[in-house]
Design a protein around this ligand. Structure first.
Ligand code: CUA
Length: 347
């Protein structure tokens, strides 16, 4: 290769390196950030891009150069390259520079980790338990008495208050992940791990499982709902419900219409759609049997399949896939869910 070509090539690689690095930090890689302190995590990602994109471009350019420059020049070109015995200067350079980059990023990451994991004042504690294929959230009804808890499948939190999540698993390893807060932590049976963040933006955001945990892994998605503190207090004092249930707890005035409306709420709140297909609810889960024709089973059998799923197993499905926890739902919610499935599951 001519010397002038090499200079043009080197200048081209330098320009490509700067351009690619600039472009990589212009792209908005992440969803809306709801926890401002975790902007520090976004800054780490930018540092990682700035620290790694140049290497990528330079290495790809070197490979391209070698593919062209040292290719076989014709059918019968079977010459070997010149034997080399190493170059101490080059080896020192390509060892020292990456070592410095990796150590610097490591220290930076550690400093930010210590910072985002620091205990905050006035934390709201929520127990998070993963199971195949559902997240359960437990709250103290009254924070003065932390033992008295209620359970939900939607994580509702007050805007602006620091959260302390105590994360564990009932079975296999799951990973609790809130992309909008940039935080992820493994859920492992027998171990409780802590995750902290302070959501400051109201709205509904996905909670996903980020560890391949079985056949329903991809459907293990629930909602983080950040609400105004007053709304949260009302929800909590209501045992994890936004408004009084139709008909009230004493069940007067529960017409069939109202009950199946509540049933639809229960269907959605309990994450049934994650595993089951039901046209009426726009549910397309494939883990468990479809429910479009479940009416044919009759109300009693439908109820049994919810509270004791291993005793009513649809053909082609295995025992043990459906969580056993739905028997803990309040009776009126189970009744409403059954009424709903009877109503919408056409024959
Ligand atoms: Cu739980 Cu993937």
């Amino acid at each position: 290769m001519k010397k002038s070509h090499r200079i043009v090539g080197l200048v081209g690689v330098a320009i490509a390196t700067v351009l690619a690095t600039w472009l990589s930090v212009q792209i908005d890689w992440f969803p809306l950030l709801i926890s401002p302190t975790d902007g520090k995590i976004d800054a780490i990602y930018e540092a990682l891009l700035i620290g790694s994109v140049p290497f990528f471009v330079i290495i790809m350019a070197a490979i391209a150069f070698m593919l062209v420059e040292f290719r076989a020049k014709g059918e019968d070109d079977d010459r070997d390259g010149e034997p080399l015995h190493g170059n101490t200067m080059v080896e020192i350079i390509w060892t020292v520079i990456p070592t410095i980059v990796v150590i610097a990023l490591g220290i930076y990451g550690w400093v930010v980790l210590v910072d985002v994991e620091a205990k905050q004042k006035n934390e709201l504690t929520i127990d998070v338990t993963g199971q195949q294929f559902l997240w359960n959230f437990e709250y103290a009804k009254d924070e003065a008495r932390p033992k008295d808890k209620f359970k939900t499948n939607e994580m509702v939190v007050p805007q602006g208050r620091p959260l302390q999540l105590l994360i564990t698993s009932e079975d296999v390893i799951h990973s609790f992940y809130v992309p909008n807060a940039r935080l992820k932590r493994d859920a492992t049976a027998g171990v409780t791990k802590t995750l902290r963040f302070t959501p400051t933006v109201t709205g509904a955001f996905p909670i996903v499982c980020a560890e391949l945990c079985g056949i329903g892994h991809t459907t293990m998605r629930q909602t983080l709902r950040v609400v105004k503190p007053a709304v949260f207090e009302e929800w909590r004092s209501n045992g994890g419900a936004f408004k009084a249930k139709p008909g009230g707890s004493d069940k007067q005035d529960t017409s069939a219409q109202d009950t199946s409306a509540l049933g639809e709420q229960v269907f959605n709140a309990q994450g049934c759609a994650g595993c089951h297909t039901l046209a009426a609810a726009n549910a397309t889960g494939k883990v468990g049997p479809p429910l479009n024709t479940i009416r044919a089973l009759g109300a009693a059998k439908i109820r049994q399949s919810i509270v004791a799923p291993n005793s009513v197993v649809a053909k082609g499905y295995s025992k043990g896939i459906m969580p056993l926890t739905f028997k803990d739902l309040p009776d009126d919610e189970i009744d409403a869910l059954v009424a709903y499935l009877v109503k919408v599951g056409k024959q």
